[in-house]
Structures are given as C-alpha cells and as structure tokens.
Design a protein around this ligand. Structure first.
Ligand code: NAD
Length: 496
C-alpha cells in the first residue's frame, strides 16, 4: 500500500514508526497509509527550517515572488491531478475540487505581490533632520496546522504568504487526506524553493504538540474545529508564540418575506449541500421570517431537493460526494436522529441513501429539517454534513438575535430586496463574514478571511492583508545624520 511520508529539507522521507490508514470515502476502503511523525521527525523539520531561514530572509522579495509565479504555473499545469487526489481522499466532486484549488491559487497570486506588500511606511522630517520608517521583518520558522475539508486551499492560505514574507515553514496537514497537500508542497519545491524553506510533516497530536512547544517556532496558524483551535491558541500563547486559530461554524441565512424565493432556494441548495456541507462557510441554518415565508421556503426546498444526487467523487454529474469517514457519517446521522427525537419535522431524510456500486461509501443524502428551535443540540452544534435546518422567526430582529446569541460567528447571509434591512443587518450582526444575497461570502484573496466569537481565536484573519501582518513583525527606525561639527547639548526632557 502506498505510504505518504514527510517532506523535510527538500527530501521525501517515510519515518513510519506509527501509521494510519487513509480511506477513499466513496468506496469505504483504505487506499493508502500515512506516516505519523514522531517528536524527533518534527524536530528535524524545525531544524531544517531554522537552517534555511537566514539565507531565505535575505533573498530579495522579488526573487521570492518569482518562485511563487513558477509555483502558480505548476499548480495550473497539474490541476486535474490535484483534483483527482482531493476527490479520492476527501470525496468532493471534481467541479468542487477545482473551485477549491482556484481559490488557493488566488492566494499564491496575492503572495506574488510581496515586494509591493512589504514596502513599509516612511515619514520624512518627523523632527529636524530626522526621518522615520517602519519595516516588516520575517518572524523565522512558522507553522501551519490544517483541517481535512480543504486539503489544497487552506494550506495555500498560509505558506505562500508566510514564505513570500521571508519566513520558513513547517506544515502539519490533516492526516485524513494528505496526498494533495503533499503533492502541492512538492510542486513548490520544484518551483525553485531552497531546501528547508517548506517542510511538511504528517501526523497527529504528537506532531502538533512539538510545533506548539518548540521555541524555534515563532508563530502558528491553525484551521480546524473549535475545541482544538482553543487548545492550540491557549498553548501557543502560553509558550510565547503568535497564534491565529480559526475554528468551527454554524452559518445562518435569514430569508426575509420579500426575498426572491426561487433565487434564495437555489443559493441555499449549493451553500448547504455543496461538498456535503463539509465547509466552514456552509449555510446550515435558514431562518425564515414569518410563517408564510417559512412555509413557502420549505415547500420550494423540498421540491428542489428531489433531483439532488449524492454519489462517488469520480462521477461529475453528482452534486456532492460522501462525508470524510464512517465515524463522521454516523455522527451526522446522529444529529438527524436527535432533531427527530426533539420533535422536528424531517422534511427530506438523507439517512442511509443507496448509492449503486458504492454500497460501502460514507454517504449521507441531502436532509431538510423544519421547526428547529435554539435549545436543541442539533442547532447548537456544528453538524458538518449535508443537513439544512429551518428555524422560524417572527421578525428580522428575532432572527438577528438568534445569530448574535450563537456560539459561532463565521459567516452569514441575508436574502432580501430591501436595501435598508440589508444595511442594518450587515451593520449589527456579530459575524465576521457577511453576504447580502450572497450565500457563501468567502472573501477574495486580497481581503482577509475570519470569523468572530468562537470561530476565531486571535486578532488577525487568514490570508490577504492580515496575513502580511501576521507573518511579519514591525520594526520602526528613527534616523538622524547630524551635520559634521554640530554638537547638541544634553537634554533630559522627553523628545517632542
Ligand atoms: P480538527 O480540529 O479535527 O483537525 C484540524 C487539525 O488539528 C488536523 O491537522 C488534526 O490533525 C489536528 N488535531 C486534531 N486533534 C488534535 C488534538 N487533540 N491536538 C492537536 N491537534 C489536533 O478539524 P477537521 O475535522 O480536520 O476539520 C473540520 C473542522 O474545521 C470543522 O469544525 C470546520 O468548521 C473547521 N474549519 C474551519 C475553517 C475556518 O476558516 N474557520 C475552515 C475549514 C475548516
């Protein structure tokens, strides 16, 4: 069986004292094995990154950017192969994988602008003959820890910009679908990156804990579930590291009575069930304002869901694929069971769909649940499956209060034709990424991505301008070149 190892100092290695199976979720069969790095292996990766740092830091930003240009070209050249790898281990259909990869490539494009982004700030004559400027210097070795659901895109949120800023990097991808992540890192190496600038260690908590405790690692970017994000953030901070830790979500869409219902239904279908709902920006709750709007919405959703096709990643005519593991399939089914036990109406039931030829795959069909209320476990927690819940509210204020009271604050959306209502919504909602008639308001690469409340621990968001700040530290220099022969007297007052 193929073994997925580590990339350390430009060399692929196995170091497989411990291993784990990697599954093809469409068939349910183990197809590969992944090595789980030991403490020593992670320390070697950190040491390689540490050795590579001085030369890479001093490489002109324009030269660093040239590597990113070549990297982008290689990603485009190998796009089909990458999407196949994502499909085989994650389960998403090729059209969806292609969208993920494209969003990752856009982050590489943004990193190509590093020479411009790192120009700093300059003020002439802040005092007589005194100039002052701020520059943004690389941190050193930085680490990234990433989730299973975007094995190509989320790592690309992190290391292209970190590396373009002059840092060296150790990435710990998800152990559940590591092949595409590893292949993409090899492409970056092939693009001309010096050995040791990018290192990838596969593994689990053992590997992560080394990255969190080793004092050579200066900053940690994390994306994953909220309990782990909180652990990463508090541990990294306690160890003196800069940290940004993006967590889970429960994204609500408010459907106002004046909304274009057919359009809202189409948008909700894609945003709730695309990628089997395994997106941190998936819309998993529709809050319908008024019973009439709710009845119309539910009836139209039920009708529109009839032709939806769940199936293997390899068939492009499928709308979405399996969920990631057997355990996760059971967990999603368990949330549907609990909603039913709580008295909800299961309008469309996706438990145990039959997928011909793929009977052992980890499939859950599109599910619609009506009459959900805020105290239910299935409402409070992130389901991360193809399940859309409908909550009924009497007013927009009540709908907004639900969202503001929820633990998570990643993304949200309002469907309306009323500009005043939309403006009030975007102004007052306690959520980091807001859509107005846009169901998945994932910011483009030259803005930054991040939620509020327990969807993000830290101050700076991922990618875009915030990434330049996260992966650099500011140094402010104040300079004077006195004219020869001029001597100033001693002054004990604060300079002003
Ligand atoms: P996860 O938290 O299980 O794993 C994320 C990473 O943490 C993996 O690399 C994993 O190996 C590591 N990890 C797991 N348990 C650990 C532990 N006890 N100690 C140290 N490290 C540990 O997340 P997942 O299931 O891979 O991904 C799905 C989750 O990620 C969902 O909650 C989703 O909302 C979230 N997510 C959030 C965003 C965002 O931008 N906010 C984006 C994508 C995914």
């Amino acid at each position: 069986m193929t073994m997925i190892g580590h990339l350390i100092d430009g060399v692929m290695r196995e170091d497989a004292a411990r291993t784990q199976d990697v599954f093809n979720p469409s068939t349910g069969a183990a197809s590969k094995q992944v090595a789980l790095a030991s403490v020593e292996t992670v320390e070697e990766a950190i040491a390689a990154a540490q050795r590579a740092f001085p030369a890479w830091r001093n490489t002109p930003p324009a030269k660093r950017a040239q590597v990113m240009y070549r990297f982008k070209a290689l990603l485009e050249e190998h796009a089909d192969k990458i999407c196949e790898m994502i499909g085989e281990e994650h389960g998403k259909i090729a059209h969806d994988a292609a969208g993920e990869l494209q969003r990752g490539i856009e982050c590489v494009e943004y990193a190509c602008g590093a020479p411009e982004l790192l120009k700093g700030e300059h003020s002439r004559n802040v005092g007589p003959g005194i100039d002052s400027w701020s520059e943004f210097q690389a941190l050193g070795v930085v680490a990234g820890i990433t989730p299973f659901n975007f094995p190509a895109m989320v790592p690309l949120w992190m290391y292209p910009m970190a590396i373009a800023c002059g840092n060296t990097f150790v990435l710990k991808p998800s152990e559940r679908d590591p092949s595409s992540t590893m292949f993409i890192a090899e492409l970056l190496q092939e693009a001309g990156l010096p050995n040791g600038v990018i290192n990838v260690v596969n593994g689990d908590k053992e590997a992560v804990d080394v990255l969190l405790s080793d004092e050579r690692v200066k900053a940690v970017s994390f994306v994953g579930s909220t309990p782990i994000a909180e652990y990463i953030y508090s541990t990294a901070n306690a160890n003196g590291k800069r940290c940004q830790a993006l967590g889970g979500a429960k994204n609500h869409a408010i459907v106002m009575p004046d909304a274009d219902m057919d359009n809202a239904v189409n948008q909700l279908l894609g945003a709730a069930f695309g990628s089997s709902g395994e997106r941190c920006m998936a819309l998993s709750v529709a809050v319908a304002v008024g019973d009439e709007a709710a009845d119309t919405l539910v009836a139209k959703l039920e009708e529109a869901m009839k032709p939806l096709k769940v199936g293997a990643y390899s068939d492009r005519s499928n709308d979405f694929g399996p969920v990631i593991t057997r355990a996760h399939q059971q967990k999603v089914n368990g949330y549907i069971d609990s909603a039913e036990a709580d008295g909800c109406k299961i309008v469309v039931d996706g438990r145990n769909p039959q997928v011909e030829g793929f009977e052992d795959g980890f499939f859950v069909g599109a599910t619609l649940i009506d009459n959900v209320t805020p105290e239910m476990v299935s409402y409070k927690e992130e389901i991360f499956g193809p399940v859309l819940q409908v909550v009924r509210a009497n007013s927009m204020e009540e709908a907004m209060q639900l969202i503001n009271d929820h633990e998570y604050g990643n993304g949200t959306c309002i469907f309306t034709r009323d500009g005043e209502a939309a403006r009030y919504f975007s102004d007052h909602i306690q959520v980091g990424m807001v859509g107005i008639n846009v169901p998945l308001p994932v910011p483009v690469a030259y803005h930054s991505f991040g939620g509020w409340k327990r969807s993000l621990f830290g101050d700076l968001h991922a990618y875009g301008p915030d990434a330049v700040r996260f992966y650099t530290k500011r140094k402010t220099i104040t300079q004077r070149w006195p004219s020869s022969g001029v001597r100033e007297g001693v002054s004990f007052s604060f300079p002003s």
